[in-house]
Design a protein around this ligand. Structure first.
Ligand code: FES
Length: 166
């Protein structure tokens, strides 16, 4: 998807899910995270208008939604590639070669932080702790697949496998 500020719309079924999330919590504010997740699952990333949309659905200030979306690296604030690689460079990972992994992948793909390869297959992002400090360095793909104690050789294999699976 192009890097533009799309305006999201939930259909009737999705609005039922919105109501379900709203009903789960005593305060509507708590439903921000599942609603942002719904947006990301539908559109691939979360635009500024999408954050406003979630704020309007929950009757919350837009700034509050923006604050939640920007705090968590699991929410993508820009379009991402088919495989979005998030590499942790926080303390444990940094000490165990997190920057070596990040720089290696960046060089290999020819893209910098938060950029997408021209074919749209890969994007990379340097992130804070992913909760796997004891098995650093850590890389995750699309918030779903985790690779721990990663080496540059394993990173090469991983990229090759992902590319071949297209
Ligand atoms: S510091 Fe990298 S996972 Fe915690």
């Amino acid at each position: 998807m192009e890097n533009k500020n799309y305006t999201p719309v939930f259909d009737d079924n999705e609005m039922k899910t919105v109501e379900y999330h709203k009903s789960k919590y005593p305060a509507q504010m708590a439903a921000v995270m599942p609603l942002l997740w719904m947006i990301q699952e539908k559109y691939g990333w979360i635009s500024t208008d999408a954050m406003k949309y979630v704020g309007d659905l929950l009757k919350l200030p837009h700034d509050h939604v923006l604050g939640v979306a920007t705090f968590y690296s699991m929410y993508f604030k820009k379009p991402v590639g088919k495989y979005h690689l998030q590499i942790c460079t926080n303390v444990s990972c940094m000490l165990c070669g997190g920057y070596d992994i990040f720089n290696h992948i960046s060089r290999k793909l020819g893209i910098k932080n938060k950029e997408i390869t021209p074919d749209g297959i890969f994007s990379i992002e340097e992130v804070e702790c992913l909760g796997s400090c004891a098995t650093a360095p850590m890389l995750q793909i699309n918030n779903k697949e985790f690779h721990e104690k990663l080496t540059t050789e394993e990173a090469d294999k991983l990229l090759e496998n992902l590319r071949n699976s297209n």
